[in-house]
Design a binder for this molecule. Structure first.
Ligand code: 13P
Length: 254
């Protein structure tokens, strides 16, 4: 059975001290929440990852992810981080394909496929992000765009690789805008995505993959969005930077 996940993408926010502080505040806020099979993940700025992992102590409720990863094992790639480097600090999860990486750093499907392969080869779990822009939705191309983003980067994978894949649908027009997809729009797209996976693999792959929604998720709308049958949690930006809000969103994951 697939897991529910609430993941916080901190983007380029918080220094080392603030990162450690936020993790400790979140830990306090969620102390009494029964997580069970569900998962909580946070993705700090990469230079602060080692510090938060080392500070974690025995509290294993929160898992840590990188926001990005390079496809090469090592070499002349100034400013980049490899799978091996992440594993060296006990980070075994990475986001890939976030719309900000696609938009500002020109990451395309070909590059993302290479990154996906590198992560899989190194047994790094991938939270694979994708989603349409406003103009794609307005021209009713959103299903086509999402289908090509997923197909081009993921559908060459073996069925067994899918145990390392989490999908995150983030419509670009809903990111940081305060404008969320309605729960119905999210459900419609998530059901479409699950069906794509089913058609290309098997029903059990589709049923086991967690599909997160991201884009202006807040305590006020989390419960309704997460209540939809094909929405398995969320990838949270702004609201993940406040411990009380993040904890409330975690509580919305039943
Ligand atoms: P917001 O929650 O700030 O809209 O950001 C969503 C996001 O981009 C998470 O990756």
């Amino acid at each position: 059975m697939r897991k529910k996940i609430v993941a916080g993408n901190w983007k380029m926010n918080l220094n080392r001290t603030e990162s450690i502080q936020l993790v400790s505040e979140i830990s306090k806020e969620i102390k009494d929440i029964k997580i069970g099979n569900n998962r909580i993940i946070v993705a700090p700025v990469s230079v602060n990852l080692a510090a938060v992992v080392e500070n974690q102590g025995n509290d294993k409720k929160i898992e840590y992810a990188s926001q990005n990863m390079h496809f090469a094992e090592k070499g002349a790639y100034t400013g980049e981080v490899s799978a091996g480097i992440l594993k060296g600090i006990n980070v075994n999860i990475t986001l890939l394909g976030h719309s900000e990486r696609r938009e500002y750093f020109k990451e395309d499907d070909v590059l993302l496929k290479q990154k996906v392969d590198a992560a899989i080869a190194n047994e790094i779990e991938i939270i694979f992000c994708f989603g349409e822009k406003l103009e794609d939705r307005e021209s009713e191309n959103h299903f086509k765009i999402v289908e090509s983003q997923i197909k081009n980067a993921l559908f060459h994978l073996k069925e067994s690789d899918w145990s390392k894949i989490v999908l995150a649908y983030e419509p670009v027009w809903a990111i940081g805008t305060g404008k969320t997809a309605t729960p119905e729009q999210a459900q419609e797209m998530h059901a479409f995505i699950r069906n794509l996976v089913k058609e290309n693999y098997h029903n059990n792959v589709a049923e086991n993959v967690s599909i997160l929604y991201g884009g202006s998720v807040k305590p006020a709308n989390a419960q309704e969005i997460f209540g939809k049958p094909d929405v398995d949690g969320g990838l949270i930006g702004g609201a993940a930077l406040k411990a009380d809000m993040f904890a409330e969103i975690i509580r919305a994951m039943k």
